[in-house]
Design a protein around this ligand. Structure first.
Ligand SMILES: O=C(O)c1ccccc1N[C@@H]1O[C@H](COP(=O)(O)O)[C@@H](O)[C@H]1O
Length: 212
């Protein structure tokens, strides 16, 4: 049974749908270019509805110290997700600055890309193994694009990890079976429109991941 993170929540009803369906992680995006971007005030209201034991993850892309500090002053987060070009040294800095566990996203398209998982595993608390963004993409993630999951078969990880990238209710079971992922993350695959989650798709996704 894989744990599920539903990322890019923007509305209270979407948070409720994720929780009712059994999500173990909920994600809030702090990246203005994203259709899932939320202000610190919006995220604070959404995070208040989340019971203890469920991880509230703040997603940032190459954040400054000031941006992190400003959000954390208002939003009770349990984990920071770094989804930009942050170096291993920056991961260490963000951990020290925030006092929170950091999950570092690593974009994969080739076996060579996957090598970076080792370096980030030395410093991050968790790894998010995502598809590399297409060249012309505006967003570094949340593009609904999958990668060749066979690149992960037999790979050793230094830290707990989550699979992401183009997952949806129809393919998540196969992805888990092939990679052995014990946690999965989804954003666009459970949306009815950019930034708007669909309760039925969330429920279908979590059931498929749990049954896999
Ligand atoms: O969701 C976004 O808008 C986003 C913006 C910037 C960086 C990452 C983003 N989302 C993350 O991308 C992966 C995969 O998403 P998808 O399921 O393929 O849509 C996931 O970790 C999201 O948290």
């Amino acid at each position: 049974m894989s744990a599920v993170k539903i990322c890019g929540l923007t509305r209270p009803q979407d948070v409720a749908s994720a929780l009712v369906a059994g999500a173990r992680f909920v994600g809030f995006v702090f990246f203005p270019k994203s259709p899932r971007n939320v202000s610190a005030e919006q995220a604070a209201a959404l995070a208040r509805d989340v019971p203890p034991g469920i991880m509230r993850v703040g997603l940032f892309v190459d954040p400054t110290d000031a941006a992190l500090t400003e959000v954390l002053a208002k939003v009770p987060l349990d984990m920071i997700q770094l989804h930009g070009a942050e170096t291993p040294a920056r991961v260490t800095e963000v951990k020290a600055l925030t006092g929170l566990p950091v999950m570092k996203a690593v974009g994969i398209a080739t076996a060579e890309d996957a090598e970076a998982l080792w370096d980030y595993g030395l410093v991050a608390d968790m790894l998010l193994v995502d598809a590399k963004a297409p060249k012309d993409a505006v967003l570094p993630g949340g593009n609904g694009v999958a990668f060749d999951w066979r690149l992960l078969v037999g790979r050793r990880f230094l830290k707990p990890w989550m699979l992401a990238g183009g997952l949806d209710p129809a393919n998540v079971a196969q992805a888990i079976k092939l990679t052995g992922a014990s946690a999965v993350d989804v954003s666009t695959g459970v949306e009815s429109a950019p930034g708007l989650k669909d309760a039925a798709l969330i429920a279908d996704f979590i059931k498929a991941a749990s049954d896999a």
